[in-house]
Design a binder for this molecule. Structure first.
Ligand SMILES: [Zn+2]
Length: 332
């Protein structure tokens, strides 16, 4: 791929952009792949659900017998027997899960994420560069093999960790309830309730992973694409909504180098960050410099967004609660 300076020159010579612009370029904001987050989450969920179903089908029915041999029925303690039973059952659960959801299944699914995100980023990136140099610069996945492979592997590890952790926590729940000496007639329902809580935790983690990994992959692909064509700096762009964290709002419209980044890293790197990096081509002259950049612009936006926030807070308790919930999502 030719570098950005050459492409800009070619675009000027070829009349793709005016020799002199009457107005500074208006660069469209990149949309982060929100719909992909949801799609990816539902794929992860499909792989996880058999874990819960197997615990229900294989472990729950033997809980009464574990309770009996654990001595929760007075005078019938047999430590070795209940531990053995639990071990064997959880072994069966995990084996069955491994057959239903193979490593190949997880890898195939995880590999879809960077593919989906790449397509999304290609469209968004092309919109941005079209507004600056009049060309759709991205046509293929050229140069992205490594970043896509890294994203896949990271996702495989994260997804596998959810079921592994779920199974080991379920085992701990059973042991905790035995140690607590829960009465035999309550034993199964206590374990089942705690298991449901554990399942919820796993699901929440899956949601977080889907959100975060999608944004991260987007940021990474964007970074590799820009640096490959010789773009050395970017302008930090936030969503400018009430969910943006203040430390990122402080960066809106400011320029950072790909080499050093901001104190917060690059957009998309901090957990749950929804910010994006817009190529900063201002070194090519003011025809390539949008107006919505710099300290003064940043100050104005900060005031505006904070005013929006205040107004939302005045909306009453419910609005404040909703805002706090949304903020948690961004900060998680
Ligand atoms: Zn952010």
């Amino acid at each position: 791929m030719p570098d950005i300076d050459t492409m800009a020159e070619v675009a000027k010579q070829g009349g793709l952009i005016p020799k002199k612009r009457r107005k500074p370029p208006r660069v469209p904001r990149q949309r982060i792949p929100r719909t992909l987050q949801a799609r990816y989450y539902s794929k992860i969920y499909k792989l996880l659900k058999p874990a819960r179903d197997l615990v229900r089908a294989k472990l729950f029915p033997v809980l009464p017998s574990i309770a009996t041999s654990a001595g929760l029925v007075p005078g019938r303690a047999d430590a070795a027997a209940w531990l053995d039973r639990l071990d064997r059952t959880m072994g069966e659960v995990q084996e069955a899960y491994g057959r239903l959801v193979t490593d190949d299944d997880v890898e195939t699914m995880a590999a879809e994420l960077p593919v989906m995100v790449e397509r999304w980023q290609r469209a968004e990136g092309n919109k941005v560069f079209r507004s600056l140099i009049g060309i759709d610069v991205f046509q293929s996945t050229e140069g992205l093999a490594e970043v896509m492979e890294v994203a896949t592997r990271e996702n495989v590890a994260l997804i596998k960790s959810i079921s592994t952790e779920y199974f080991s926590e379920i085992e701990k729940i059973v042991m905790r309830n035995v140690r607590a000496g829960v009465r035999a007639e309550n034993f199964a329902s206590e374990v089942e309730a705690a298991s449901r809580g554990q399942w919820k935790k796993g699901i929440n983690r899956a949601k977080l992973i889907a959100r975060d990994q999608t944004n991260k992959a987007y940021g990474e692909i964007n970074r590799v694409r820009q640096t490959q064509m010789g773009v050395t700096s970017y302008i930090w762009r936030t969503s400018q909504d009430e969910r943006v964290r203040e430390s990122h709002l402080d960066l809106e419209g400011l320029s950072f180098t790909w080499e050093k980044g901001s104190d917060e890293g690059h957009p998309g790197q901090p957990i749950q960050c929804r910010c994006t990096a817009e190529p900063d081509l201002s070194h090519l002259g003011k025809d390539f410099a949008p107006e919505d950049t710099g300290e003064e612009y940043n100050k104005r936006v900060r005031t505006e967004v904070k005013a929006k926030l205040k107004k939302a807070e005045k909306g009453g308790y419910l609005a404040a609660w909703k805002k706090a919930e949304l903020r948690k999502q961004e900060k998680e």
